[in-house]
Structures are given as C-alpha cells and as structure tokens.
Design a protein around this ligand. Structure first.
Ligand code: AMP
Length: 560
C-alpha cells in the first residue's frame, strides 16, 4: 500500500480555504476534495461566475458552499443574507442548509432553509433576526420577497442548484424574478446535471464569463474496465445500512471492500456489519500506516472478510483475493468508479461490483454507464422472504456438508432414544430447527421500501411544451403504466402544481419527469405517477406537509 494517504483533511489544504473550514472538513471525516471540488473551488474563491455540469453525489454542495462561506463576512447592521441558494425541492433545501451549517460551524454562520409547506411564521422570525445564507425553493423565496420579509440587496453570491430540475418544475419565471431582486454585480453559480439549451440561455443572460466545468465526460479506453458483474440497488437513505447488510447476506462474498465517503461513514458501516456477524474492519486515512498494515494482513490471511474503507485509505491497495467491490454511495466521479472496480475481476477471476444509490443519484449511475459503456443492472433489495430462503439454504448446505463427517455415529444413541416417542422424520425436523436457530435463525426484519427503477427519459427539451406533464399524455413511467393518486388538498389551500411536484420529488425521490398530468380542483388534486411507484409515493407522503397541511394521499378510488 502506498504512502500518499493524507490524514486530516490535508487533501484540502492546497485549496487555500480558511482554517475554520478545514477544521470542519476534518471533523466530518472528509479526506480529500472530490474532482468537482478541486476544479470549482479555486475559480469561485477568485470571484468568477461558474457553470457546472454535475449531478447529486459529486460533492457539488461543498463545491459551492465552501467558497461562499470563505467570503462570508458577518455584517453589522443589515439583516439580509449575503448568499442565496435556490434549489428545486424542500428535501434539497434542508440538505443543503444542513451542509452549509456543518461546513460553517466554526464561523457561526446563520443559515435558513425556506420552502413551502413549512409554517411561514418560523421563517419570518429567523429572517427578522438576520441570516447569512438563505437556501430556498423559488416559490417560497418569491413569497417572502412579495411580503418584503426577505431583502436581497446585500446578496453577493447566488447559487442555482439543480437548475434543470427547477426548470422542469416550472420555476423559470420565479427564478428570473428573484434574480432581478439581487445586485447586478453579484457572483452567480449554476449547477445542473444536464445542459439543455434552456440552461444555456439562463447562463448567457445571468452569468458573466463563467468558468465551465463538466464532470465525467471522457470515455475510458476499451480494456480499462474489467469484466465484472455490475449491479446497483436504489435505496432510500434511511435504509442504506440495512440494505447493505442484506445484499452482503445474499452475495456472501469471500473477501470484499466496501467504499464509503467519510471516516464517520466507515466507522458506522463497520459497526453495523460487525453487529450482523461479519468480520469487518475499518480502514481510513486517520489510521497510522502500522494500523493499516495490520488490517491488510488480517484480510490477506482470511481473518477479515470485509474491509470498509475510504478512497484515500484504499489507494494503492492490492489484494489478490477480492471477490466484491461495494460502493456504499455512488462515487463522486465516474472515474473513481472505474478505479474502484478495477480491484476485482483480476486475471480472469470472477468479480462483482455493487453500488448502493439513493433515489436522487440515478443520474450519476447513468453517467457511469456512459463512461464505461457498460450496463449496470438495477436489482431489487432482497426482501425478507429472499433472506429467509437464503438462510434456510445455508442451514441445508451446512447439514449437507456435515453428512460426510466421520464422527456422526456417536449421536446415534440420541436418535434411538428419541425414536421411541416420535418418528424419524420428526426427529430430523427438530434437529434441523435447532441447527437453523443456532446459525442465527429466522429473519426478523422489516421490509425495505422499494424505489421505482429509473428510466431513460427523452431529452428534456423534446418534451415539456405543456408544463406539469410527464412524457406521454398521462403516461408517466412509459412501460409500466400510470395510476392516479388523490391528494386531499386543492386550489382553496393555494396549491400549485409545482408544490405537488416538489413535495413528491422531495419526499419520494421520484424524478419530476416521472410525474404525469396534474389536475387541481378546489378541494383536491389528482396526480399521475408510474404504477410501479404508487405505493412508494403514498408511503413517502404520509409524513409530508404541503402548503402547511398534511393531506390525505391515496389511490384515486375510481381510477382505471
Ligand atoms: P452532493 O453531491 O453535494 O450531494 O454530496 C454528496 C455526498 O458526498 C454528501 O453526503 C457529502 O457529505 C459527501 N461529500 C462531499 N464532499 C466530500 C468529500 N470531499 N469527501 C467525502 N465526502 C464528501
């Protein structure tokens, strides 16, 4: 293993970030910048506008948040924010504002998420007290501007995050109106997973000589990608560690490496896996070379079956016997994926690469497929029934293996005494039951909710001439057919189509493009979603608030 490992966030040192930010990154367990961070941070610190093509999962939030925090200079007097981040959904508003809060911890940054569905009173109080960074959905930000509760005259940086999603949700006009309220000499940053002409036109009008960054463009040379079985599981964030454990149960790797993003994640995943009976060991840049060598030694000797590591710690690591590479997250750049999976399937051996992706990271999977020109098969997380069948099979195989043992005769006395009271088959059944229980027994777990598989979508500009419609007339999901969901909220509550799209996309991870026709009446609304995603959307909406209410959400009773 090579010596390059950088400990304490040192990989960030070359970026000239202030010490408070470096400290925060270290405490979060970030070991080195992701490619987008390496490329975007220097020009942003130098004050340039930036147009970045990057999807969720690349680390783009820190790429814009760190420079924005670096320039933060707490004003006395005014209460208006010095930075505004516009995002398409409430989920992202919360996520980004938590990220800004974490990175800016030692700067005492005041950040406020602002989105529809949350009582406006709480937002008003915070705005009155003064905030440094506002992260909001366009609709609610515009609401505040209209009420004169949000003053954007001091804004120095505006970030449009996931700009293509915002346009898909019909926020184009809102964005224009908001930008018109900010100073002309502001710095403008635009991130988008795709770059259709509509994004280009916004960039041309609102960005000044932007630095352009595109992630994952080069294709890899044939032969660079090993021939391994590549699969992915799309899992909601809250269920990831359970899903990982199940996938490993079913895959039963001989020796695997599980890649995580941060040290914290490494520790947490190691603990989960050990709790499940695996022999897993952590490997990260915070460990000494000596410690790491010992871990590697145990893996080579077969005393450890799973290595849980960050990229930095695993760099240069060469283990012949690896059978599986598992990405606990989609890697931050497609090139990193290729690099990681290069560790299995060596010398014609069989290998598997497994990736866990959150619903929002589908696009990164597509980018990887484009780069590698290989398919990643989407699999369903093993169900409780699958796990039970697998455990039963293990019990059967263990007993079968024991049939060849030469010391079985000594147990005959037990069989003979028991067959006085029960027939032989029943005695065998009882023995199997005990063996099964001794090996861990039945699975006592809850089902992990299935997430609708993503589909290829046509180019964004080829559709959407009618807003708020999926691709076909009311046929979202293409192949699977659509179904209508009833939402007990309508025009009287001030409901707009983008509120529904935002809530559904934010809560369930369904892409805006998968949502079909929306019909809003005075008291209720009907929304078309792919049939395969209906139950998942209903489950996700149980905790959701839309325009401050928690509406009933169910299948439409009289739908086809
Ligand atoms: P994003 O693409 O901004 O949604 O970030 C994806 C995930 O990567 C988030 O969970 C971040 O906390 C994490 N992350 C961002 N930058 C780094 C880094 N340099 N090292 C490790 N994790 C990171």
């Amino acid at each position: 293993m090579s010596e390059q490992t950088s400990g304490d966030g040192a990989g960030f040192a070359g970026l000239e970030l202030r010490s408070e930010l470096l400290r925060a990154l270290t405490s979060l367990g970030y070991e080195e910048p992701t490619p987008i961070q390496r490329e975007a941070i220097p020009p942003l610190l130098a004050g340039h506008d930036l147009l970045g093509q990057a999807a969720t999962g690349t680390g783009k939030t820190a790429a814009f948040a760190l420079p924005l925090l670096q320039g933060l200079d707490r004003k006395t007097g005014g209460t208006g924010p010095s930075a505004l981040v516009l995002v398409p959904t409430r989920e992202l508003a919360e996520q980004v504002s938590q990220a800004v809060h974490r990175y800016g911890r030692d700067l005492g940054v005041r950040v406020l998420p602002v989105y529809g569905g949350q009582p406006i009173g709480r937002q008003l109080q915070a705005l009155q007290r003064g905030v440094d960074v506002v992260v909001g959905t366009p609709g609610r930000v515009l609401d505040h501007i209209g009420r004169a509760t949000l003053e954007l005259g001091d804004v120095r940086t505006v970030v449009l995050d996931e700009a293509d999603e915002m346009l898909d949700m019909g926020f184009a006009e809102d964005i224009e109106a908001i930008l018109a309220e900010t100073p002309g000499e502001r710095q403008t940053v635009l991130f988008s997973a795709t770059m259709p002409p509509r994004i280009d036109s916004i960039a041309r009008r609102h960005l000044r000589e932007p630095v352009r960054i595109q992630m994952g463009r080069q294709e890899s040379a044939p032969g660079e990608i090993p021939l391994v079985r590549q699969s992915a599981y799309v899992v909601p964030r809250a269920h990831k560690s359970a899903a990982l454990a199940r996938v490993l149960d079913v895959e039963a790797p001989t020796a695997a490496i599980v890649f995580c993003r941060t040290r914290e994640e490494v520790d947490q995943v190691t603990e989960t896996l050990n709790g499940r009976g695996y022999r897993a060991e952590a490997l990260h840049g915070g460990m000494s070379q000596d410690q790491r060598d010992r871990v590697m030694g145990r893996l080579r000797a077969g005393a450890t079956e799973l290595l849980v590591a960050t990229d930095v710690a695993a760099r240069g690591l060469d283990v012949e016997q690896l059978t599986h590479v598992v990405n606990y997250n989609v890697p931050s750049a497609p090139e990193a994926y290729v690099h990681r999976i290069g560790r299995v399937g060596r010398a014609g051996r069989e290998g598997a690469a497994i990736t866990l992706a959150e619903p929002r990271e589908n696009r990164m999977l597509k980018a990887i497929e484009r780069l590698t020109r290989q398919r990643i098969t989407l699999e369903s997380v093993p169900t409780v029934t699958d796990l039970r069948a697998r455990r039963m099979e293990l019990t059967r195989a263990a007993i079968q293996g024991s049939l060849g043992d030469d010391d079985l005769e000594r147990f005959r006395v037990v069989i003979e005494s028991l067959t006085d009271e029960a027939d032989l088959e029943r005695v065998a059944l009882a023995a199997v039951k005990l063996a099964h229980e001794a090996a861990g027994g039945d699975v006592d777990e809850e089902e992990i909710p299935a997430v609708a598989p993503p589909r290829e979508a046509p180019s964004r500009d080829a559709r959407r001439s009618e807003p708020y419609r999926g691709q076909g007339k009311g046929r979202p999901g293409g192949d699977t057919g659509a179904t209508r969901l009833f939402f007990g909220l309508g025009r009287r509550a001030g409901l707009r189509p983008q509120d529904l799209v935002g809530a559904i996309a934010g809560e369930s991870g369904l892409s805006a493009r998968d949502i079909g026709a929306i019909q809003i009446t005075d008291r209720f609304s009907l929304v078309e979603v792919p049939e395969s995603a209906a139950e998942m959307v209903i489950a996700a909406m149980q905790q959701a608030t839309i325009r401050g209410r928690r509406p009933t959400v169910r299948r439409e009773r009289y739908s086809r």
